[in-house]
Ligand binder design. Structure first.
Ligand SMILES: *Cc1c(COP(=O)(O)O)cnc(C)c1O
Length: 203
C-alpha cells in the first residue's frame, strides 16, 4: 500500500514536518505549485501529479515527476512520451478511468481503456510506462454506491492485467481512495491512496 500525502495549498513547512517524520511521497494537483515545491524541497521526495494535466504543461514536470495519475487521453499520453524522450526518461503513468456518476470528472470510460490497451498506439510510446489505473468515486455518503464504483475499477484493473499486461510486472498500481472514502477503496483492494485533508487538515 502506498500513501500519497496530498499537499495542495499547504505550505512547504508542513510538508517538511511530514518529511522529517519519514514520509517521502507527496501529491499535488497543479503544475505550477508542484514545480515550485519541487524546487525548494529535498530531492529524494517522490512527486506525484494527481490532478488534470494540460499537454502544454507536461514539459515542466517531465524532468522529475515520479508518477502521473490523471492521464485521460491518448493525446496527453503522446505529449508525455515526447517530453519524456527529450529528458531521456520513461515516465510512469496511470490512466484515469471515469467511474463516478458525476459528469464533470475527467477520464477514460472502461471501454476506451480496453480499446487503448488493445491498440497499436500504446506500444509505440516507449517513454511512458503504464503502471495502472486511477479513479475517483462519486462524492456521496452512499457507501454502497462508492464501493460499487471502486469494485468496478478493480475489476477493470484485473481484467487489463490478465489480458494485456500478464507479463509486465510493472502494471501493479490501482490508485483509488481519498480522505472521505479510502476505507471503502482499500476494502476493494486499492493499493495506492491519495489523502490530503485527513492528514493536513481542511483546505
Ligand atoms: C485533492 C485530491 C485528493 C485528496 O483529497 P482529500 O479529500 O483532501 O484527501 C485526492 N485526489 C485528487 C485527484 C485530488 O485532487
Amino acid at each position: 500500500m502506498t500513501l500519497v500525502a496530498v499537499t495542495k495549498t499547504k505550505p512547504v513547512e508542513l510538508i517538511m514536518e511530514a518529511y522529517h517524520a519519514g514520509h517521502k511521497v507527496f501529491g499535488e494537483n497543479k503544475v505550477q505549485e508542484l514545480v515550485s515545491k519541487y524546487e525548494v524541497l529535498p530531492k529524494d521526495i517522490e512527486w506525484h501529479m494527481i490532478g488534470h494535466l494540460q499537454r502544454n504543461k507536461v514539459k515542466y514536470l517531465a524532468p522529475f515527476v515520479s508518477l502521473i495519475h490523471g492521464v485521460d487521453s491518448l493525446k496527453l499520453l503522446r505529449a508525455i512520451n515526447k517530453e519524456a524522450l527529450k529528458v531521456q526518461r520513461v515516465i510512469p503513468c496511470l490512466l484515469q478511468v471515469h467511474i463516478a456518476a458525476e459528469e464533470t470528472k475527467f477520464g477514460f470510460s472502461p471501454d476506451e481503456v480496453r480499446q487503448l490497451f488493445a491498440s497499436e498506439d500504446i506500444n509505440s510510446l516507449e517513454n511512458v510506462q503504464i503502471k495502472g489505473l486511477m479513479g475517483m468515486a462519486t462524492f456521496t455518503d452512499d457507501n454502497r454506491k462508492v464501493s460499487g464504483e471502486f469494485a468496478k475499477l478493480k475489476q477493470l484493473f484485473d481484467e487489463a492485467k490478465v489480458q494485456f499486461f500478464a507479463n509486465e510486472i510493472y502494471f501493479d498500481t490501482l490508485s483509488m481512495g481519498m480522505s472521505g472514502d479510502f476505507k471503502l477503496a482499500i476494502e476493494q483492494e486499492s493499493n495506492m491512496v491519495r489523502i490530503g485533508s485527513a492528514i493536513f487538515g481542511e483546505r
